[in-house]
Write a new protein. Sequence first.
Lengths: 154, 80
Amino acid sequence: MSSNVIEARQLDFEQIKEIIPQRFPFLMLDRVVDIEPGVYVVGIKNLTGNEWFYQGHFPGKAITPGAMISEAIAQTGIIFFHTARPTLRDVTYLLASFRVRFLSPVWPGDQMRIKVVPIRLMQGSGILSAEVSVDGRQVVKGQFGLIAKPNREL
Amino acid sequence: MKTVNLDQEIRELIADIIEMPAEKIEPDAKLVEDLGMDSMMALEILATLEKKFKIKLPEEDLPKITTLNKTIELTKKYVK
């Protein structure tokens, strides 16, 4: 990874893929639009009607699955951790806890804006707060825990 | 802050995180071995204590969250 990725305040799709291991059909982040390392990360995910999960969720009534919104939150959390802890490398991030409220449905055509800020950050783990909004309206809020597990321990 | 209230608040806070009825937490029961707490729950307890009592607990204190009594003892060190 090049150091400019760490120092950047924004990340494009290719730079995101340098940091997070998820790939299609599980990559739920298109761009990171603002980073203040250790303070916050804001990512966006554009949802098109062509997303694979709308085929089954639900036939004839496409609604974004909460599980996929949760995945977008977790991936933004990985970016947060990666930028907040630049010495932490060769790790796999595991979601350890997840307490969120889904306030409104998210539809095809929506752009999710996912903001993650720390509640309590330790060296290899943290409790993070997440807020997802669409057009300035909050649709999901809550908190989650991530653990950075060294790959040699997995 | 009254001690009884603080003790009860910590008991309820831990109960909520480890998902167990507050009255079933014995003061000296081991949170990991006896009550199934994992490391992320311990971190959640620490973060919630900080928020609720407006205190700052150092990272080194995380391993001291081993029982309800030890957690109360730790919190009292920092609550004015």
